[in-house]
Design a protein around this ligand. Sequence first.
Ligand SMILES: Cc1cc2nc3c(=O)[nH]c(=O)nc-3n(C[C@H](O)[C@H](O)[C@H](O)COP(=O)(O)O)c2cc1C
Length: 179
Amino acid sequence: MSTNIVVLSGSPRKNGSTERLVQEFIAGAREAGKAVTEFRVADLKIAPCLGCGSCHQSGICVHEDDMPQILDALRSADALLFASPIYYWNVTAQLKTAIDRFYSSLRVNPMTVKRAALILTSGNAAPDTCEGAIITYKRICKHQNWEDAGIVAAQSLHAAAMLDGRAELEQARELGRKL
Ligand SMILES: Cc1cc2nc3c(=O)[nH]c(=O)nc-3n(C[C@H](O)[C@H](O)[C@H](O)COP(=O)(O)O)c2cc1C
């Protein structure tokens, strides 16, 4: 059976740098015979967690929104790619909001994910720009017992065209092949 990958893509910009790298990743994954489902979280209705804890009894969140689509996919996925531009030293609020909603699958009906990977883009070139997002990602992997299969961080970007000729395009494709 082929590897089943879920992509959570956190950029609100449809033709931006993050999406370009995500498309390379997906092309690499499909070349390697993997099945990929991409969710552009900014296009979905996903409400922030209220911390009410009722999902820990029922497995069902009190919000009625699009999050069950993602959680259902993660309950039959082998691997998960997070992708996001850096907004104020971390992933976008749209992606973090979806991640917080993983809470409802911690105790009841858990995810089947075994491996994860991360794609980041940033405007700034400073090496510590992506640090906050990478620390968050690595802590989540440890908490969920997911293997970290790799990180591609492409910096100094303000438009997708600025990726022309850059090594991160092939790195994203290779990440797709191996995840
Ligand atoms: C609200 C906002 C916050 C941002 N914060 C940062 C930041 O803290 N550090 C940085 O290097 N770039 C920052 N950027 C720039 C984006 O991370 C960068 O241009 C990214 O490549 C955009 O990805 P996209 O084309 O997928 O939208 C910010 C952009 C926006 C719109």
